[in-house]
Design a binder for this molecule. Structure first.
Ligand code: UT7
Length: 327
């Protein structure tokens, strides 16, 4: 059976580190609160002159190098982001140009923190149907440009960076076994960026005066939905593949909050050592969090051939989903 197999991973984050202690100087917060409520210790922040495409292109080059394929061989580039370089054209097109992937179709995908899982789902469908053979899927964000660094409820959470994978058609039994993606638009207002957009254009003074360009989140409500939805998405993957959690080698969840991650592991009965966590270093990088974590797990040698690896995400929209991979 034709499967989509990950043959390369890559990631890239800004050099600049913003620690909890740095944030203590900006807002009324402290390292102890941030650490116990979220698990985050520091995050990376893009410098002037660095954009979403900067990190995406670098992550893509690293994933392509690991896969051992040239950019010209790519059929498709899917880039999950909520912080594109521009409203249009797609950041994926900028990455395509930077890479010289001239045979690839390129588009962005807006599914917030679930963007990478949604991208895997699209890539898998294209590969299984024979429409594409080699696909690059990315998650890339510069969230620091839409975060209000005077709002302690949100500014402590987010970071910048990108992760990428190369997927190739493969006739073996390794690769993506299943993807499950879900949307629930009834709660869109709990986590969103009001402007600029057609509701609040940048050309209207109120968009600037009322700071509508900053991300807004009802953290506590989002937290409860995240715990339930990520658990549901994980269970959907296990049930569809008729496997038990103890057959999993690793769970790589979206890195938003350590307590959400722990609750997800508990829901499916997975011991802590089988749950990958790196949010202490990067905070919540939205669509980039899973592919950055996947690349780190890969480089740390935590993914062995034949291992079952579960990816699990939740984000604004709401969107959520999971992917089960035989590595
Ligand atoms: O990526 C997609 C989805 N995003 C998420 O999954 C994020 C989900 N939400 C969360 O991770 C958590 O809700 C937060 C970390 C954002 C907040 O944690 P919480 O345990 O839900 O805290 P809370 O919002 O209920 O606030 C508790 C208290 C409040 O004070 P009062 O009203 O009890 O006096 C806040 O004002 O903590 C206060 N607080 C802070 N204190 C120190 C809020 N932010 C801070 C802060 N430093 N940075």
């Amino acid at each position: 059976m034709l499967r989509a197999r990950i043959t390369g991973t890559g990631s890239a984050v800004p050099e600049h580190v913003l620690t909890n202690y740095d944030l203590e100087k900006l807002v009324d917060t402290n390292d102890e609160w941030i650490t116990t409520r979220t698990g985050i210790k520091e995050r990376r922040i893009a410098a002037a002159g660095e954009y979403t495409s900067t990190f995406a292109t670098l992550a893509a080059r690293r994933a392509l190098a690991m896969a051992g394929i040239s950019p010209e061989e790519l059929d498709l580039i899917i880039l999950g982001t909520v912080t594109p370089d521009f409203p249009f054209p797609a950041t994926a097109c900028i990455v395509q140009h930077e890479l010289g992937a001239k045979h690839a179709v390129a588009f962005d995908l807006s599914a917030a923190c679930s963007g990478f899982i949604y991208g895997l789902n699209m890539a898998e469908a294209q590969i299984r149907s024979g429409m594409a053979k080699k696909v690059l899927v990315l998650g890339a964000e510069v969230l620091s440009r839409v975060v209000d660094f005077s709002d302690r409820n949100t500014c402590i959470l987010f970071g910048d960076g990108s992760g990428a994978v190369v997927l190739e058609a493969d006739n073996g039994d390794r690769g993506i076994l299943s993807t499950h993606i879900f949307s629930n638009g009834s709660h869109w207002g709990l986590l969103y960026q009001p402007g600029p957009g057609s509701r609040n254009p940048a050309s209207v003074a109120a968009t600037i005066d009322d700071k509508l360009y900053y991300l807004r989140m009802e953290g506590n409500d989002v937290f409860k939905h995240a715990v339930r939805a990520m658990g549901d998405a994980a269970v959907a993957a296990l049930e569809a593949n008729q496997i038990h959690a103890d057959q999993l080698a690793l769970l790589i969840p979206h890195q938003a909050n350590r307590r959400i991650i722990e609750a997800t592991g508990k829901r499916i009965g997975l011991p802590e050592e089988k749950v990958f966590v790196n949010l202490h270093k990067y905070g919540n990088t939205s669509s980039a969090s899973i592919p950055i974590a996947l690349d780190e797990a890969n480089h740390e040698g935590r993914l062995k051939s034949g291992d079952l690896v579960l990816l699990d995400a939740f984000g604004g929209g709401f969107t959520y989903g999971s992917a089960l991979i035989k590595w």
